[in-house]
Design a protein around this ligand. Structure first.
Ligand code: NAP
Ligand code: GLV
Length: 313
């Protein structure tokens, strides 16, 4: 039996509603899709498709029972303050893995082929010859080998880099040496030329990119953070760059996006900032994933990629 029509609220500060609403309306012809702030009576909202909570929070919607996140990460939904009855699913868009892999491979290659140093030499008017090294002498570690990290680690390995992956639970990935849990973190970090962070932001991972971790890396290692800004202790990165412990950092995510105009990262010659562009859900394909999950929820079937609210990802 078909369920009665319901109302779906869409809210995002990143995703363009004009890209999503027509697609969702076509895919869910029996539901009413409303783009915040044109939400109508909050008491009529049943489901939501969100990047972040709309202003005023989700308590305003007494009937809301399911949230489909527009992000692969869900920390920005502030799970801790969501009503306990709410079920949440995250975005797993197969197009995002290759996009993230491309971003991380670009950043790693820039360091491996010393483009960062060549850019500095050129600006200083110097013709510095730095002999290239084989990728096999440039070990790369990927923190978080889930949906995005696994594709990224595999792409780096296919390029010839020795690749290590680190996760919470033991994993096995072809061509990647896998480590798990805090006890194996030192072995994972030991000797890495570049460290890529693709972790979700949780109570366990907040501030994990800190001085103690940098001290386990060899001098002159590189950091690439495309997880979340709050993984990084920014003052510790600045100190590690000043001491030479780290030779450079590529940051796609920051505590504050964009950072304030006087933030030292803006003009730091060893920091490359990108504006949270590493991987985004593409509405062309992802709208049908969202619609499918909404229909699953409506039919009381298991939804895909449900977030474990206790674990936080
Ligand atoms: P995922 O599939 O849930 O994978 C998360 C990985 O992190 C898993 O391997 C997980 O281990 C590991 N992990 C979680 N907590 C850990 C801990 N305490 N210690 C060690 N490993 C831990 O997530 P995903 O889809 O790959 O996305 C990862 C993150 O990327 C998102 O949460 C988001 O923050 C970020 N992201 C950024 C962008 C961007 O544009 N910059 C785009 C999309 C996503 P287990 O396998 O053992 O669970
Ligand atoms: C983007 O940062 C995402 O979590 O999808």
């Amino acid at each position: 039996m078909e369920a009665a029509p319901c109302t779906v609220l869409f809210h995002s500060t990143l995703d363009d509603p004009s890209e999503w609403i027509p697609r969702l309306s076509t895919l869910l012809p029996n539901e009413t899709i409303r783009a915040w702030p044109d939400e109508g009576d909050p008491a009529n909202i049943d489901l939501a498709v969100l990047w972040t909570q709309p202003p005023g929070g989700l308590e305003r919607y007494p009937r809301l029972s399911f949230v489909q996140s527009l992000g692969a990460g869900v920390n920005q939904l502030e799970l801790d303050v969501l009503p306990p009855r709410l079920r949440v699913a995250r975005m797993v868009d197969p197009a995002m893995g290759p996009m993230m892999a491309e971003y991380c491979l670009t950043a790693v290659l820039r360091y491996h082929r010393r483009f960062d140093a060549h850019e500095r030499s050129q600006r200083a008017g110097r013709w510095d010859f730095i002999p290239p090294v084989s990728p096999r002498h440039f070990p790369v570690g990927v923190m978080g080998v889930g949906e995005l990290g696994a594709v990224t680690a595999t792409a780096l390995a296919a390029h010839g880099f020795p690749v290590r992956g680190w996760s919470s639970r033991p994993r096995s990935l072809s061509g990647v040496t896998c480590f798990a849990g805090h006890s194996e973190l030192p072995a994972f970090l030991d000797g890495l030329a570049a460290l890529v962070c693709l972790l979700p932001l949780t109570a366990q991972t907040r501030g994990i990119l800190n001085a103690a971790l940098f001290d386990r890396l060899p001098n002159g290692a590189y950091l690439i953070n495309a997880g979340r800004g709050a993984h990084l202790v920014e003052a510790d990165l600045l100190a590690a760059l000043a001491s030479g412990r780290l030779a450079g950092a590529t940051l796609d995510v920051l505590h504050e996006e964009p950072p304030p105009s006087d933030h030292p990262f803006w003009r730091h010659e060893r920091v490359l900032l990108t504006p949270h562009v590493a991987a985004l859900a593409d509405p062309d394909g992802a709208a049908s994933l969202v619609a499918d999950n909404i229909m699953r929820f409506r039919r009381s079937e298991p939804v895909l990629n449900e977030v474990d609210r206790m674990r936080g990802y």
